[in-house]
Design a protein around this ligand. Structure first.
Ligand SMILES: [Fe+2]
Length: 389
């Protein structure tokens, strides 16, 4: 018997899964065949300082280097890219004239790689595209994440700051040709980065379920991503060499990224954008601080979805009702945040109480989420800020 999804709000109207993904320990080797197959001999590597110092740029260079290949490289990407840093990378790329771009690192390197691959072909600079210049082409693009969180390796988004404000461009042409997901590249991740990026995965997965873009495929990806985080983040945090935990976290990040690419982020990310630059907070921490409160706010319209996620995480639980399971999921999210020393209050970042209303107004006006599944107004957002203060 064919079983149809009976709740209309979960019906699938469209769902996008690209790019090609090479996954697993030593998947990095697939980069060599990808370059060979396409006849690419002038790759340009974009990486951040941490990745460079950890020796991962050299590792990839040694892997792809052979007679006739010339490799360009720029590794001055900061942990939070800016318009200026994107332009600086673009200049380096223009000087080298590569035939493809390889982004190695976390979201900052991968988001920069997307931009330079596009701007090199389409001309101008990033500011033109923020102002509406059309684009639909880029250099061949390969992304090699070394964190498990952003999911940028499977999305068409690139996020950066302009005058300390978060901005982004988003287009299917920014999705890479190939993503290399090799958990071995994440074992040297420091604990704090493991925690922040891992909690970002929870946000990508769960925020999609709080939007009108959700569907059954988003729910499947999100459920699996959340269950992998709950089962593995703590292990990866305390024991970075646990390759099985790293493998599962990398898988979770990718699944969260796919969910996020089809059902965009909502208020936890907006809240994060209001505090990340001001208080120098890593992206994942800046978003997770608002996640439980946003789930509580949206609970009336998300009971089924949260209950399904809870079942995926705790199949042996004796909880019976959907309400019970959905509420229990929110409590479990609070627990995992605490277990990896995440943040549950804005004051822990140094936010002063008299700034709370200003931040809420900025969140509501600059980073609106009209597709958030529960209708809301400025007062609701202020209440969320007060709750998490
Ligand atoms: Fe994120």
């Amino acid at each position: 018997m064919v079983e149809f999804i009976d709740s209309e709000h979960l019906s699938v109207k469209s769902f996008c899964i690209i790019p090609k993904i090479s996954f697993g320990c030593n998947a990095k080797k697939d980069l060599v065949s990808a370059l060979n197959e396409r006849g690419l001999y002038r790759p340009f590597i974009i990486a951040d300082q941490g990745v460079y110092q950890a020796g991962l740029v050299k590792l990839i260079q040694d892997l792809i280097n052979k007679p006739g290949v010339e490799i360009g490289e720029f590794h001055n990407i900061s942990s939070e890219p800016t318009l200026e840093s994107m332009n600086e990378s673009t200049l380096a790329v223009r000087e080298f004239k590569p035939d493809c771009i390889i982004g190695i690192g976390g979201g900052s390197s991968m988001d920069t790689a997307k931009v330079v691959a596009m701007v090199f072909v389409c001309g101008g600079d990033l500011k033109d595209y923020l102002e509406g210049k059309p684009y639909n082409a880029r250099l061949p693009l390969f992304l090699v994440p070394t964190t498990a969180g952003t999911g940028s390796e499977v999305t068409g988004d690139s996020v950066f700051s302009v005058n300390k404000q978060k901005r982004w461009i988003s287009h299917s042409c920014l999705v890479p040709d190939l993503s290399i997901l090799d958990p071995e590249l994440t074992v040297s991740l420091p604990k704090r980065v493991t925690a922040s990026t891992g909690l970002d995965v929870l946000c990508h997965a769960l925020e999609g379920l709080m939007t009108s873009y959700r569907n059954v495929l988003v729910e499947m990806h999100a459920s699996k991503a959340v269950s992998l985080v709950i089962g593995n983040l703590e292990k990866a945090y305390w024991c970075g060499n646990d390759i099985s935990a790293r493998y599962n976290m990398m898988l979770a990040a990718m699944l969260g990224g796919i969910a996020n690419n089809n059902a965009p982020a909502t208020f936890p990310h907006s809240i994060g954008y209001t505090i990340a630059n001001r208080f120098n907070v890593p992206h994942g921490f800046s978003c997770e601080v608002g996640l439980p409160a946003a789930m509580e706010f949206n609970l009336p319209m998300c009971t089924d979805e949260f209950s399904t996620v809870f079942d995926a995480c705790f199949p042996l639980s004796n909880k019976k009702s959907k309400n019970e399971k959905a509420s229990a999921l929110i409590e479990e999210i609070k627990i995992i945040i605490q277990k990896v020393n995440g943040y549950s209050r804005l004051r822990d970042f140094g936010v002063e109480e008299d700034l709370v209303n200003t931040l809420a107004e900025e969140c509501y006006n600059l980073f609106p989420r009209p597709y958030n599944i529960c209708q809301h107004n400025l007062e609701d957002i202020k209440n969320i800020y007060r709750k998490i203060y």
